[in-house]
Ligand binder design. Structure first.
Ligand SMILES: [Fe+2]
Length: 340
């Protein structure tokens, strides 16, 4: 058994997944840009339930997209898992996904979190984090507030070309229109405390350090710091405050982790089973909690101290497909505004 497990992972690591299967054994090849501690339980339970062995290929999302494209019709990949609607949409636009129709998925996953090809299995929110010694809570209740001149020199974000910000920009285009979003982007850039650099956690740390008064970050980065036992992380939480943006209006922009079945999937039937499994109660908890996210299936709850503490919020239920559609325009607008 042990030898077989070693061989299986070796075969998976080399990417010759289909060679590792005996004639009768069912396999599923998953290309995943997500990697968390809960993955072994997530995939192991699928195998236990279905007898289908899962080969995982894990790499950065852009590498995986490139790989699937290069492999073309010979690709062994059945399922592609990644984060952010803009990345899922990119794979979709490249024609990598095949449509999926499943009554089970339609019953479990809310409509705004599904497209004809890819489906969201967990959600994260793009939130505002501020330093209460530098800005007042009333000043930073909405994404739109971050472009107001009164916050000059206070705002930090990661790069404007990063998918998280492009998806937020796309959601603003869908709600407020392109012209208003361009004004917003210009105002935001004019308010920067420093030119964009680093990831979301770096922005949160910079807020705690007083380098910026306010920042935009994905919720799971803040939750990760909240759940951390490291004193320096606890200091960051103590020095910052958290806002669910746009609660009086459209709700807070959310994004997703999701998956789709690939056009040339050699094991399509197993792939459909796998997506349906990802929508099950148990898999939802592993999939979401592994990254301090929320399950896409509304009836499933994770037991996560940070998320419990942050509480409930009004979600912007704009369809993920519409967000994805406006990402290219968000990129053009951000380029013109100098949000790089
Ligand atoms: Fe992230």
């Amino acid at each position: 058994m042990i030898r077989k497990a070693v061989l299986t992972s070796l075969v998976a690591a080399l990417g010759f997944s289909s060679f590792g299967a005996s004639a009768s054994e069912q396999v599923l090849n998953v290309y995943s840009a997500r990697h968390y501690q809960t993955d072994d339980a997530l995939y192991g339970n699928f195998t236990a339930q279905t007898g289908i062995r899962v080969n995982r290929i894990e790499a950065r999302e852009d590498e995986l997209i490139e790989r699937i494209r290069n492999e073309g019709a010979n690709s062994p990949a059945d399922v592609f898992i990644t984060v952010d609607a803009s990345r899922l949409a990119k794979a979709d636009e490249m024609g990598l996904f095949a449509p999926v129709k499943s009554a089970a998925l339609e019953a479990r996953i809310p409509a705004h979190l599904r497209t004809d090809t890819w489906i969201a299995f967990s959600t994260r929110a793009r939130v505002i984090v501020y330093n209460p010694t530098m800005v007042k809570a009333e000043q930073v209740q909405n994404y739109e507030d971050l472009a107001k001149p009164e916050l000059k020199g206070q705002v930090c974000t990661r790069s404007g070309s990063h998918p998280y910000n492009l998806s937020l920009g796309a959601a603003l285009i869908e709600h407020n229109g392109a012209a208003a979003t361009e004004q917003w982007a210009s105002g935001l850039v004019a308010n920067f405390a420093r030119s964009p650099r680093g990831g979301d956690t770096d922005q949160i740390r910079a807020v705690a350090a007083g380098e910026c008064g306010v920042a935009i970050a994905n919720s799971y980065y803040y939750a990760r710091l909240m759940n951390s036992s490291r004193p320096e992380d606890q200091q960051v939480i103590a020095a910052t405050a958290f806002v669910w943006p746009n609660q009086q209006g459209k709700g807070t922009h959310i994004n997703v982790s999701g998956a789709g079945i690939l056009k040339h999937a050699p094991n399509r039937e197993a792939a459909v089973k796998f997506l349906e499994y990802l929508a099950s109660d148990q898999a939802q908890v592993y999939f979401a909690d592994g990254n301090n996210e929320w399950p896409a299936v509304p009836t499933v709850k994770v037991n996560n101290p940070a998320l419990d503490k942050l509480g409930e919020f009004k979600v912007d239920t704009l369809e993920m497909g519409r967000i994805a559609r406006s990402v290219p325009e968000a990129q053009r607008i951000f380029d013109r505004a100098g949000y790089r």
